[in-house]
Design a protein around this ligand. Structure first.
Ligand code: AMP
Ligand code: MG
Length: 414
């Protein structure tokens, strides 16, 4: 019996991996940058390397609450005389003297001349006489000046996206503002006569415009400047006007819906009249109809209207473009082999991004469970999931227990 094939598959469909390469070829990094104050730098992309103007740590300091002393003074097993204290922010004013020690707290400066710290749990005290159990080595429990970074050493590279750790690194070296790439401006509109805004009543045949919010969520995570152009009716002139307005304000025009071949799918037609279309049909499920082109200086991406399709195509195709435009290097997705917990249905013909829940079995081996119905309109399949199960173009039904390739959702999708 001949193998069943995906009814939506055609030989002319473009593999999504080829599509990504072609798409990336069409966009450039924005050449504008701006200075932002550190509290506003989260998520932004550095456009210059950053070197430290100070040593890290800036001075020898204690890694423990305890006592600082000269290692050689422990040789005679005699107690040492306490001569002072060094607290974080309040260094000991004096210097080391033979057979003495100083009470020291974590992060406090080690007074000059002392070479070792012992934690207070390994010390016995009798008034000012301190008996210290010798640590294994001289220099124990001291964090040395410049041991992490020396003055002039590079701490962050151009093209780094500033996350929580980078915010902290910048503050550690005393940087209060950084030069980052300008945010990519993305104008978005949904198309469809059936769409109603949330908060209104639905008449027969209408649905809520959910893509506006899932795409808003994705764009928010991608750190762009969002220009909301609302819902545009399936009317060629309204779509034309929206295209013109969007292209005048944005680096990228993003739409949802109207890119399949239905009677009311005008996006493709108007884009052809107002700009250029690069390609149309991808061997990807969900998400086959995806439009790409140019509108004046702006890049155009037309996402399919089906809610899961629009999220998947955004994630796989639009997000890498935004990253390139804002100066981020292309990251290879982390792929994991996981055991399927139940049989999976698939026609050969398209690469599928089924939605799954990645966890591990009792032995700690990765396993993945498909999140129920996989219809391209079933958005709960995305919200339940924490990963895509990526099934190759020619793959068919797959039995429980087989290993499949899984791509955990990253911060854009979660
Ligand atoms: P289209 O791509 O315009 O042919 O739409 C495909 C399917 O997605 C149809 O069932 C639409 O009703 C649905 N759809 C289109 N746009 C949206 C939207 N913004 N929010 C929710 N569903 C949508
Ligand atoms: Mg439509």
């Amino acid at each position: 019996m001949p193998m069943k094939v995906d009814p939506c598959s055609q030989p002319s469909l473009m593999h999504p991996d080829d599509a990504i390469v072609k798409l990336l070829d069409q966009v450039c990094q924005l050449d504008e940058s701006e200075m932002v104050q550190l509290p506003h730098a989260l998520g932004r992309v550095l456009v210059e390397d950053l070197a430290s103007s100070i040593d890290l740590p800036p001075f020898n300091n204690s890694a423990m609450d305890g006592y600082a002393f000269r290692y050689e003074d422990l040789a005679g097993n005699e107690p040492l005389t306490l001569i002072g204290e060094s607290f974080a922010g309040h260094p000991f004013g004096g210097e080391a003297k033979a057979k003495t020690c100083v009470r020291i707290m974590t992060g406090a400066a080690v007074p000059p001349g002392y070479d070792t710290v012992q934690m207070q749990e390994k010390v016995t005290t009798k008034e000012d006489q301190i008996t210290i159990e010798a640590p294994k080595t001289i220099g124990a429990n001291i964090r040395y000046r410049g041991e992490e970074v020396k003055t002039g050493g590079k701490v962050l590279q151009s093209g780094t996206q500033i996350g929580a750790a980078e915010m902290g690194v910048l503050a550690t070296i005393g940087v209060s503002q950084v030069r980052v790439s300008r945010r990519v401006k993305v104008a978005f509109f949904s198309t469809g006569d059936e769409l109603r805004p949330v908060g209104s009543e639905l008449a027969p045949g209408q649905i809520y415009d959910s893509n506006r919010y899932s795409i808003l969520g994705l764009l928010g995570r991608a750190n762009v400047e969002w220009i909301d152009l609302g819902v545009i009716q399936d009317d060629p002139e309204a779509i034309r006007a929206a295209f013109r307005s969007a292209a005048a304000q944005a680096d990228m025009v993003l739409t949802s819906g109207g890119v399949s071949v239905g009677d009311a799918d005008y996006t493709k037609q108007i884009l052809g009249e107002e700009g250029e279309i690069t390609f149309w049909k991808l061997a990807i499920k969900p998400g086959k109809p995806f439009a790409f082109g140019r509108l004046g200086k702006a890049v155009f991406c037309g996402l399919p209207g089906n809610p899961v399709s629009s999220m998947v195509t955004f994630y796989k195709l639009v997000w890498p473009l935004i990253n390139k435009m804002q100066g981020l290097p292309q990251a290879k997705p982390l792929l994991i082999q996981a055991k399927l917990t139940s049989d999976l249905r698939k026609f050969p013909g398209r690469v599928e991004y089924q939605r799954g829940i990645l966890s591990h079995d009792a032995e700690g081996q990765a396993e993945v469970t498909i999140t129920g119905g996989q219809g391209s309109g079933m958005l709960t399949s995305m919200s339940l999931a924490n990963c895509f199960v990526i099934l190759a173009q020619e793959q068919g039904d797959t039995a429980a227990g087989s290993l499949v390739t899984v791509e955990p959702f990253n911060s854009v999708l979660c």
